[in-house]
Design a protein around this ligand. Sequence first.
Ligand code: ADP
Ligand code: MG
Length: 273
Amino acid sequence: MSMREAYSTSVASDSGDAATSPRRMATSIRNLKKEYVLKSETVRALRGVSFDVPEGDYVAIMGPSGSGKSTLLNMLGCLDKPTAGSLMLGDDDISKLSDDQLAEIRSERIGFVFQSYNLIQQLSVVENIQVPLYYQGRLGADERARAVMLAERVGLADRLDHRPSQLSGGQQQRVAIARSLINDPFFILADEPTGNLDSITTEEILGIFDEFNNEGRTIIMVTHEDELADRSKRIIRLKDGMLALDEVVPEERRDATRAAQHRAVEELLARTT
Ligand SMILES: Nc1ncnc2c1ncn2[C@@H]1O[C@H](COP(=O)(O)OP(=O)(O)O)[C@@H](O)[C@H]1O
Ligand SMILES: [Mg+2]
């Protein structure tokens, strides 16, 4: 049994009636290749990667430096096109889209969360959450109400008119998570989302991810940290541009990791207050 078959089987057995209602895919990737042609050589950054991400999944992408994580992330985020193979988003194969179509799907259907938050300093919390809608000219009262609702969901109800510089790092990342969901994306694409945050704030951000994932939101996260990966549902490990591991994180391991991290945060708080 291939790794992919093993994964599909484990997903199917999770969801009871999988035989009658197969889960929809947030994305399907087949034999994805990316080559960078330089003067002196051709770098094969991805050498044929295949996997599916069902809606509601929570995937951690790991692997050593140079293994192809950023290259894969760029294609999942419609920032770049593959050299060969396919990456399906809904009914679209991104390898067949024009650059304009790619930009459109990127702004309308992908929710980005970066290590550095990438907020616009001149805009308020609510305005930052609405940014992805500006590109579509959707700025009505409904959209603002939705942005306020998302700000409340991430715990910023009392910070709606603050500027990013008036917020802590953790609060800024909450804004970024709310912004990522304003468009009802295929998935949240998070690149080292807690890389700049201390362990207490990291725990808060992971808690927000857990909540949205429990509601069915799909999360794809690049991380170097085992403690983060063990909070996800599935770990995909790249090596030399190939898929080296595609592993379901057992429920017990997720629970134990979450409990240990909660304990560590509580001990830290007890010592510092
Ligand atoms: N724009 C680029 N031009 C040339 N080579 C690149 C480019 N981007 C990445 N690479 C090469 O592709 C390989 C994979 O890189 P990357 O996807 O950044 O890996 P990771 O994010 O896992 O560190 C590396 O050998 C890297 O040097
Ligand atoms: Mg990288």
